[in-house]
Design a protein. Structure first.
Length: 137
C-alpha cells in the first residue's frame, strides 16, 4: 500500500466532492445530496481504478485506503464548515453526510472487485512427460 497515493487521491476526492456540492448549492440546495452522492460514486470508482493501476493491493489494503479517503474527506469537510462559519450542529445533523462516507468505503471495495486482476496460481504448471528415445521405424 502506497500511503502517498492514498492521501493524494483522498485529498483530490474530497476537493472534487465538496466543489460539486458547493456549486450545486448555489444553483439549488435541494439537489446537493444527489449530486454529492453521484460524485462520490463516480470518483471513488475512478480513483480506485487509478490507485489499483499504480499500486498492487489486496482487498484488506483497499478497505484501509478507502477509510483513509473517508477520514481525509471528513477533515476537509470540517475545515470547510468552520471556514464558512456554518452551524456545525445543523450541518452534521444531515444523515446523508454519513451515507456518503459509507459509500466511499463500499464503492472502493466494489471498484477493487471490478478492476483488480487477481491471478490465482493454485494449480501447478503441467509437466510434460519425459520423452523416450525410440528409433524411427
Amino acid at each position: 500500500m502506497e500511503f502517498k497515493f492514498s492521501v493524494l487521491f483522498g485529498i483530490v476526492l474530497a476537493i472534487i466532492v465538496l466543489a460539486v456540492a458547493n456549486v450545486v448549492w448555489m444553483v439549488d440546495p435541494a439537489y446537493v445530496t444527489p449530486a454529492a452522492i453521484i460524485t462520490i460514486v463516480i470518483f471513488t470508482l475512478i480513483f480506485t481504478k487509478l490507485y489499483i493501476s499504480r499500486v498492487s493491493v489486496s482487498l484488506g489494503e483497499m478497505i484501509t485506503v478507502s477509510i483513509i479517503w473517508l477520514v481525509i474527506d471528513a477533515i476537509v469537510e470540517a475545515i470547510q464548515v468552520f471556514a464558512l462559519g456554518l452551524d456545525v450542529t445543523t450541518y452534521y445533523s444531515n444523515y446523508m453526510i454519513y451515507v456518503g462516507y459509507i459509500l466511499i468505503v463500499i464503492f472502493a471495495t466494489i471498484g477493487y472487485k471490478l478492476f483488480s486482476k487477481t491471478v490465482t496460481t493454485t494449480s501447478k504448471p503441467e509437466e510434460r512427460p519425459a520423452e523416450t528415445s525410440t528409433p524411427p521405424v
